[in-house]
Ligand binder design. Sequence first.
Ligand code: SAH
Length: 459
Amino acid sequence: MDYLPLFINLKDRSCLVVGGGDVAARKANLLLKSHATVTIVSPSLSLASQALVDDNKLVWINSDYHEEHLADHFLVIAATDDESVNSTVYEQAKLKNTLVNVADNTELCDFILPSILDRSPIVVAISSGGKSPILARQLRARLETLIPPTYGNLARLVGRYRDTVKAKLPTLGLRRRFWSDLLQGKVADHVLAGRDEQAEAALNVLLEQTDTHELQQGEVYLVGAGPGDPELLTFKALRLMQQADIVFYDRLVSKEILELVRREAEQVYVGKQRAWHAVRQEEINQLLVTHAKQGKRVLRLKGGDPFIFGRGGEEIESLAAESIPFQVVPGITAASGCSTYAGIPLTHRDYSQSCIFVTGQLKEGELDLNWSALVQTRQTVVVYMGLAGLASLSEQLQKHGMDPNTPAALVQQGTTAHQKVWVSTISKLPEVSEQEKPVAPTLVIIGHVVNLHEQLNWF
Ligand code: SAH
């Protein structure tokens, strides 16, 4: 981060604008909007600047710029069309330790003015660090369409009720829970639709009915994080990720996805390795129970879909046994994500009418699968956790009658920027693995649909 975003209270602080053109007028207007006391120094004024003077909004010093004009101003913006004047202002301001900004010259700036989305008291500031103001403006335009104009009213309503809620709910945890429920419910809907009176009435009802006991109860969110690309998260996953107090995450959950979890949430890595699965799983189950019983909103974030080779069922069984409330959010499973990003449709009218997901995990060094169910024509077989047992998989499929030339693909780190796809046949899978040394996570896809990769590979 090259610049630290700060929101500065400029109320009644004196600020200087050097220049009297339209750019200067725009900068002066911005300062005036935040209630600063503005002085403008320039030997002439454009119409826009003149209008500000005529309306008595600011003080005009009718003169060329001189060092003494810096006086005790808190900050100065140089916006003349004379570069040498602008750099003089910059140098002199630096010496005096006055914050300085030179319009359109990032090199000569202590601070830069962001693109602003104003839903006061909610204000969003966007900066490209001076690299591309146009991009920042485009982003702002997108946010304009996403954040309704009434959004600020929501913040104002909360502001008005802060003290009342504080009096009723003694702890920070309770209040946070109350507000976060409220801001996602009916009250917020009323405000955003411009029905302020109904909103206030609904808030009062809610406040009266709020049972501190209920608010203190913890809950677990078992959430599927998808195969890697953060954009494959569901809206619901994102919402619950944003309200968690603590998150237990797996090896398969990417850094980019973790970045989207509420910043204040404690992050606990419970990634497990193949061999010592069984022991650790019970510990994880217990961790979820313990933290939920402390009244926390516990996020259990798992790669792909929690109910597909994710042991999600076991984790919520222990919650159910303890009567702890929980929600489960499905995620895009590796089979779906990897096949899509590899351009391999899992089913296709010409090649495959069914699809089967199996685990390739070894049990006492062996693959224990229903081979006759796998060796079917016009079917796609997807093998999760298949790397370690790849040689055995290849051998058994052939032994049970699958054509050695049946196409097979390995998709490593699917849907991420590091995705790699190797296409081969089932008989050659061990050889490919030997040569290319794929690493986890890798998914195996078997069937004639694999041939479509060459034509449909889009990612
Ligand atoms: N619940 C997960 C699967 C967990 S099992 C889901 O629904 O996707 C772990 C296996 O999933 C890995 O061994 C690998 O075979 C597969 N896998 C998960 N994410 C993957 C990815 N991004 N690329 C390739 N394979 C992946």
